[in-house]
Design a protein around this ligand. Structure first.
Ligand code: GDP
Length: 358
């Protein structure tokens, strides 16, 4: 499954956040047989629609989609030159599908900042510069080979051009993500660069920032088009220890409606380009993870690979229409349930029953 790699300067709250991610009991309860790696934190994607479906279908349980975060040891200045964690660290980021950067915004004189002050803009620059330098090194190595290939094989010219264009962006101090030269191009994908990956920024903030909309907007603007999430990692870790009522009290005491991990899960899902569709029956009401743009047979493949191969058609109704109808039978009688074929592109919130040959 797709993962987001957590990076950030030392002392910004990565471990604290990761502890909150891994002590999530909802996941442990729903996935008792899943072998979860020690450096992977799995968060459920909150989805109120599942509760509603489980009532309608009298489902025995609810199974939400999840998002996985991988803890990658702290980046330090000079990492890409081998002064810091070097190659092992870069290899770990390379394996992740998106980069989740934790940035310190909280003030605490007891927690030393590596540069002696809290400055999100400079911190983001420090991290991104390291990633940019690593990509430039990759390109320096690849370019002579690409030039040779392009000389003898016309079909390799686009790959060379893409690499040259990418080099210009990076030399300009910009990440490829958000530059128009992202991982969407297959020519760049083969180089497995770091900064083509989508970025998600987690601002580890205290109450003052969490309730200050204009400050949050400033920070959002700073990282656009990357997604931004604001949370207090220490509070998130504490929330995992509390029952529901105490959780709600703690959240409202810092002016929050819901745990920051909920927002993090949604943003992580979005950053990875994922979406869900829903199934419901007496056994379970469940959200299944697919890519944005997946077709109905690909969606069936999320349940079982045989279902993709044997796909015949899908009975689909949007969640909103189903709720309006009150039940699947009522929706069928009203002609609201559509039969969709192999070409159908899934929409978020589709409630589905697949028909297939096995
Ligand atoms: P890491 O080096 O990025 O993994 O940072 P840690 O998670 O180890 O946190 C460094 C220190 O900052 C620890 O003493 C944490 O308790 C503290 N810390 C982490 N998050 C917060 C926060 O949101 N607010 C405050 N005040 N302290 C925090």
């Amino acid at each position: 499954s797709l993962t987001l790699g957590i990076v950030g300067l030392p002392n910004v709250g990565k471990s604290t956040l990761f502890n909150a991610l891994t002590s999530n009991e909802a996941v442990a309860a729903n996935y008792p047989f899943a072998t979860i790696e020690p450096n992977v934190g799995v968060v459920p994607l909150p989805d109120e629609r599942l509760e509603k479906l489980s009532e309608m279908f009298d489902s025995a349980k609810v199974v939400p989609a999840t998002v996985s975060f991988v803890d990658i040891a702290g980046i330090v200045q000079g990492a890409s030159e081998g002064q810091g964690l070097g190659n092992k660290f870069l290899a770990n980021i390379r394996e992740a599908d998106a980069i989740c950067q934790v940035i310190r915004v909280f003030d605490d004189s007891d927690v030393i900042h590596v540069d002696g002050r809290v400055d999100p803009r400079t911190d983001i620059d420090t991290i991104n510069t390291e990633l940019i330098i690593a990509d430039l090194q990759t390109l320096e190595k690849a370019l002579p080979r690409l030039e040779k290939e392009a000389r003898t094989n016309k079909e390799r010219r686009p790959a060379l051009e893409a690499a040259k264009a990418a080099k210009e962006v990076l030399e300009d101090g910009r990440t490829l993500f958000g530059s128009g030269h992202g991982s969407e191009t297959p020519e760049l994908r083969e180089l497995n660069l770091l900064t083509t990956k989508p970025f998600l920024y987690v601002f580890n903030a205290d109450e003052g920032v969490l309730t200050d909309e204009s400050r949050k907007q400033e920070l959002r603007d700073l990282v656009a088009p990357g997604d931004a999430v604001f949370l207090d990692a220490k509070v998130e870790a504490e929330l995992q220890e509390l029952d529901e009522e105490s959780s709600r009290e703690l959240l409202s005491s810092i002016g929050q409606q819901e745990p920051g991990l909920n927002a993090l899960a949604r943003a992580g899902f979005h950053t990875l380009g994922l979406q869900t569709y829903l199934t419901a029956g007496p056994k379970e009401a469940r959200a299944w993870t697919i890519h944005q743009g997946d077709t109905a047979p690909q969606a069936a493949g999320a349940i079982h690979t045989d279902f993709e191969r044997g796909f015949i058609k899908a009975e689909i109704i949007s969640y909103d229409q189903l709720v309006e109808a009150g039940s699947m039978n009522a929706a069928r009688s009203a002609g609201k349930v559509r039969m969709e074929g192999k070409e159908y592109v899934m929409k978020d919130g589709d409630v589905v029953e697949f028909r297939f040959n096995v």
